[in-house]
Design a protein around this ligand. Structure first.
Ligand code: G
Ligand code: G
Ligand code: G
Ligand code: MN
Ligand code: NA
Length: 250
């Protein structure tokens, strides 16, 4: 496929870059982490969003090379931040199933000189539809090093309470469909509240995603979420702006 070759070349040509969106402590307002979000600045097509090329990368296997590169870049950026600020990287299912998957993560951490406890890996519910055993091994091995796992897009897939019970997640990211849109109301609020209660009992962080207004921030804080992410705080920004956001609050 043409886009596959283009994607491989794009990595070489430096057309990809990682942007960083802050994840904020809802009590203190301080940045606790940044989520790494990849962007492709195509010479002819302009800015391509991950939805437009991550699926191709997954189908063609390019995601392994691409994913290792992203983790590596994210770890290097994080190594420049204050020690209490982490970085979160999205993992595709294929990256976890690949032989030597954990090794790619180890290498990225070692190259960057980053403490594993500062890396968070985000996996979505759909990942767990197959391959339980590999997934468990991968997560246990990295958890033993101190890497933390977040269950992403919570509430969008098949119910994930079984995953929370079975796998060592430290964080739940409540999908933005619970924060804004047609399905937000008394029910969604009760669900967030229940998830947050469970999270605090299990000593997990609960992140509300897609926060765009102060009313939404207040609502999810009242419902018990301890972290928030969304345009209300900041969009994903280039690494030099991430550093400036951190400098401004310290
Ligand atoms: O960046 P955006 O804002 O458009 O992200 C869209 C989707 O692409 C999200 O679901 C996000 O998880 C995914 N995504 C963004 N960056 C990466 C990445 O580095 N790796 C993988 N596997 N998915 C990513
Ligand atoms: O699926 P995942 O959560 O990994 O990806 C995050 C996606 O959500 C990215 O596409 C990012 O740009 C987008 N996003 C981040 N904050 C907001 C927000 O406040 N509102 C909306 N609509 N999208 C957001
Ligand atoms: O660049 P970013 O990943 O933040 O954008 C995610 C998607 O949301 C894109 O499709 C973008 O056009 C759109 N978007 C960008 N800024 C905003 C915003 O402030 N509010 C909403 N609802 N959508 C936005
Ligand atoms: Mn994510
Ligand atoms: Na998400």
């Amino acid at each position: 496929r043409e886009i596959e070759a283009e994607l491989r070349a794009a990595i070489q040509r430096d057309e990809l870059s990682i942007f960083f969106q802050p994840i904020v402590d809802l009590e203190t307002g301080r940045i606790r982490a940044f989520e790494a979000l990849v962007r492709w600045f195509h010479p002819e097509k302009g800015e391509l969003r991950p939805d437009e090329f991550i699926p191709v990368a997954e189908e063609t296997g390019v995601i392994i090379t691409l994913g290792n590169w992203i983790t590596s870049q994210a770890a290097k950026a994080c190594a420049q931040w204050p020690e209490d600020v982490s970085v979160a990287v999205n993992l595709s299912p294929a990256q976890i199933r690949a032989p030597g998957a954990a090794l790619g993560i180890h290498n990225a951490l070692r190259e960057a000189g980053l403490d594993p406890s500062r890396l968070e890996l985000e996996v979505t519910e759909s990942l767990f539809l197959d391959d339980d055993e590999n997934t468990g091994r991968f997560m246990d091995e990295l958890s033993a090093l101190g890497v933390r796992f977040a269950l992403d897009d919570f509430g969008t897939g098949f119910s994930s309470l079984g995953y929370i019970n079975k796998f060592p997640f430290k964080k739940i990211k409540v999908d933005r469909s619970f924060v804004s849109g047609p399905n937000v109301g008394r029910k969604s609020e009760a669900i967030i509240r229940a998830v947050a209660k469970m999270g605090s009992t299990l000593e997990m962080d609960i992140v509300a995603e897609g926060l765009e207004t102060v009313e939404q921030v207040n609502a999810v804080r009242d419902a018990g979420c301890n972290l928030g992410q969304g345009y209300y705080f900041s969009r994903a920004v280039p690494d030099y702006l991430a550093v400036m956001l951190l400098a401004r609050e310290r």
